[in-house]
Write a protein that binds this ligand. Structure first.
Ligand SMILES: Cc1ncc(COP(=O)(O)O)c(C=O)c1O
Length: 504
């Protein structure tokens, strides 16, 4: 027996080795955080250059853990885009809380599988509690169902799958979409300008076909035109379709617009359609008393998506979906197999999250949200969110106060789009309207590329009303007004020198 056991390989570190390496890793992280402000936000290296850094043979034998950790400093950090930088404004990427970083390590140590209660009793109850806290924060019913997901897309998928399975006129869970008796088409609705592409991914995942997505006209403020929504719903119903879900934007991707939620709820209720609020970016803004009126009707949604890895500053990954009626969520996802829940009931069991979402095995995502919520408290979060909004209001002031920039919307939350459109170019009568627009498109794209390469800030482009715009998503808990001023000045300097270059 002893001889045989000696053959067993056990790669665990000794307690002393683990402590030494653990302290070293914490020192590395602490050092990183203390310099995060000064780091170039983007590594400004090409994919080929970075690929070559990591080109090495499969490690055949054991390597020294010190050497492995050292590669974090020598190889990983210099090739990283720093989402935790106060001047990272890309996509809608949160900045990552420090206590969330510790939570990730602690969660990994327990290695809980939060798909079931038996392998994860504490994780299950923490998730249940944290979901209720989030609901309370945004004014949604606290007895709702819900869970953490890998991100907003999967949260939207979870909500829309639940919608389909609860609204369809027959049992799609058993019969699927290939049902002889049903000849209609299931349809989903979102606004044409600000509706998010993740809903296209959901249509793909559900195999509904992308044509199942109906684009509803937008108002001048980029919110959904509910008169057009009603028209489209009624036309589709008359044509034999089954409209089953309307997706409202709650903090839209380009301009932070919040659709008229109460009105959309009314339209949906009247026709028995599921009302889903995609608040991946902005739902958590409902916790701000000064913004509360914008969110009127959010509490009426059948489901809400919100991403803790966006505006709650939780380290990746962490999405979240709330469903008003937990039973509807269970009906959409529950599965049975003798090896899942145990064949005969005992009192030592509880909620199985695998019955409430698409994943079976799942990590302890709730811990980082639970710990960060405790660390910041609701008050801390309100201050941080308000700070981000203030940054965008300040940016809007700078833009509106300048002859060289223009915007197409008023700031409502933390996302803002605008463009460099210098007077000297706009007043050039030699340019046709189309030539001017093309020039401005090119100029703004080059400004974004150039500021990224400078390392000063990470700004991306998008399109608003068909024009290329600079877009800032200010959802870092580290961003200050000084950062906003710095990035604005830098954008203008780059723009000015590009225009001068064009003239030469
Ligand atoms: C409105 C909206 N919904 C959904 C998503 C998708 O979220 P994720 O990238 O976490 O899947 C995003 C991402 O930016 C978004 O802005």
């Amino acid at each position: 027996m002893q001889d045989k056991e000696e053959l067993f390989f056990n790669p665990d570190l000794t307690p002393d080795e683990f402590k030494r390496l653990g302290y070293k890793a914490i020192d590395m992280i602490a050092d990183y955080y203390s310099h995060i402000r000064e780091l170039p936000v983007f590594p400004a290296r090409t994919s080929t250059e970075i690929e070559s850094v990591f080109k090495e043979d499969l490690p055949a034998s054991s390597q020294d853990p010190d050497d492995i950790l050292n590669e974090w400093v020598s190889k990983i950090l210099p090739n990283t885009t720093h989402l935790g930088s106060p001047r990272y404004f890309g996509f809608v990427n949160g900045s990552g809380s420090m206590i969330g970083t510790l939570a990730e390590a602690l969660a990994a140590a327990l290695n809980m599988n939060a798909g079931g209660w038996k392998p994860a009793p504490a994780a299950t109850e923490i998730e249940r509690r944290t979901i209720a806290w989030i609901a309370e924060l945004i004014g949604y019913p606290v007895d709702c169902g819900g869970l953490f997901t890998s991100g907003g897309t999967i949260a939207n998928f979870t909500a829309i799958e639940t919608a389909l399975r609860n609204v369809a006129p027959y049992d799609t869970t058993e019969k699927g979409l290939q049902n002889k008796e049903f000849k209609g088409r299931f349809t989903i609705y979102m606004s044409d300008h600000e509706g998010h592409v993740s809903i296209v991914r959901v249509a793909d995942l559900l195999n509904l076909g992308r044509e199942s997505i109906r684009l509803v006209k937008s108002n001048a403020d980029f919110t959904m035109d509910t008169a057009d929504l009603e028209r489209k719903l009624d036309e589709d119903i008359a044509a034999g379709c089954v409209p089953f879900c309307v997706v409202a934007q709650v903090g839209s991707i380009n301009v932070g617009a919040v659709d008229p939620l109460a009105e959309i709820s009314r339209v949906c209720k009247l026709r028995g359609i599921w009302f889903h609020a995609d608040g991946a970016c902005g739902a958590v803004g409902a916790m701000l008393p000064e913004k509360r009126s914008m969110y009127e009707g959010l509490e009426l949604a059948d489901s809400v998506t919100l991403d803790p890895h966006k505006w709650l500053y939780i380290p990746y990954e962490c999405g979240c979906v709330l469903v008003r009626d937990p039973e509807k969520l269970r009906r959409a996802f529950s599965l049975t197999a003798p090896y899942l829940h145990g064949v005969l009931p005992t009192e030592y069991t509880g909620m199985y999250y695998l019955d409430y979402g698409p994943q079976m095995s799942r990590g302890f995502l709730a811990l980082k949200v639970w710990m960060t919520l405790k660390h910041y408290g609701a008050e801390g979060y309100r201050k941080l969110l308000a700070q981000n909004n203030k940054c965008v209001e300040y940016l809007d002031e700078l833009v509106r106060g300048s002859d060289d920039f223009e915007t197409f919307h008023k700031p409502s939350l933390f996302i803002y789009s605008f463009r460099y459109a210098p007077r000297k170019l706009k007043s050039n009568s030699a340019l046709s309207k189309l030539e001017l627009e093309n020039k401005l498109d090119e100029l703004n794209q080059r400004i974004a590329d150039s500021i990224q390469l400078s390392g000063v800030a990470f700004v991306m482009t998008s399109k608003v009303l068909g024009k290329i715009v600079l877009r800032l998503s200010v959802c870092s808990h580290r961003t200050t007004l000084a950062d906003i001023k710095l990035v604005f000045d830098k954008l203008r300097d780059i723009g000015d020198s590009l225009v001068n270059e064009m003239k030469r």
